[in-house]
Design a protein. Structure first.
Length: 253
């Protein structure tokens, strides 16, 4: 492995993911870019997830399993993985999502060439059974703090961060939208996120998941504007209206 290929620490929270986690891990194993570590944090799964990921750990020394002692939620699981991370970069992939085989290769090159701190990619959506929905989300060239407030377009499983530049950032311990809040906190410092306009991520639409509940997601976004960002009601309403319209357009494509 060339010294010019920096280590990427891949962050994956796992909770009752036995149905999909094998495919997710295999999409990491199939990467053309090989200098990575995959940190799987099991959040006290009650299915066979622990046994599955521990088997992978035994077969590949780049895979590390961390077992939480009590169910703590995705934010704590991701933050625990970040604590263990040794890479220059951290990348996120959730336990039901997938990457194309060249995702890491292209995104690391994109970041190294341009000296970016924060990047993300376009992605396509599949149904729970893996069939194609025909829907995709195209990454814009650049995202600022104000832009993201109006359009939650950054897919968590497509993000890569330069930890040498940003430090070991952490997610806020809230039920949903932890990733959105983290992106906002980074962008609020003046950093911009840059989009790689290739579909390198594959987002699985899982029924009854937290992220699939649009009404709850909308309520959480409102809470982000009011309780975390501290916006007045008129300001929060303006951003919420933009978010709602953009979310509608995204899911109707």
């Amino acid at each position: 492995m060339s010294n010019l290929e920096p280590l990427v620490s891949i962050i994956t929270p796992v909770y009752n993911a036995e149905e999909f986690i094998v495919d997710t891990i295999n999409s990491v194993l199939s990467q053309t870019y090989q200098n990575w570590e995959l940190i799987l944090v099991d959040d006290v799964s009650t299915d066979s997830s622990r046994e599955i990921i521990q088997k992978f750990e035994q077969e590949d020394k780049r895979i590390k399993v961390v077992l939480l002692k009590e169910n703590s939620g995705a934010a704590i699981a991701r933050n625990t993985a970040i604590d263990y991370a040794k890479g220059k970069y951290i990348a996120f992939v959730d336990s039901d999502d997938l990457w194309t085989f060249d995702k890491l290769q292209k995104q690391v090159q994109f970041m190294e060439k341009n000296d970016y701190s924060f990047t993300f990619t376009s992605y396509r959506m599949i149904n729970e059974d893996g069939s194609d929905t025909g829907k995709n989300v195209q990454a814009p060239n650049e995202v600022s703090y104000k832009f993201l407030l109006k359009n939650t377009i950054i897919g968590c499983s497509t993000v890569m961060l330069n930890i040498e530049k940003l430090g070991k950032v952490k997610m806020k311990n809230i039920r949903t939208r932890q990733d959105f809040v983290l992106w906002l906190s980074i962008l609020k410092t003046g950093v911009h996120a840059y989009g790689l306009q290739e579909e390198l991520g594959i987002y699985r639409l899982v029924k009854n998941s937290i992220s699939s509940n649009k009404k709850k997601a909308a309520k959480q976004n409102w809470s982000v504007y009011r309780d975390i960002e501290g916006f007045s009601i008129p300001k929060a309403a303006w951003y919420f209206g933009n978010y709602a319209w953009n979310a509608f357009r995204k899911h109707k494509k």
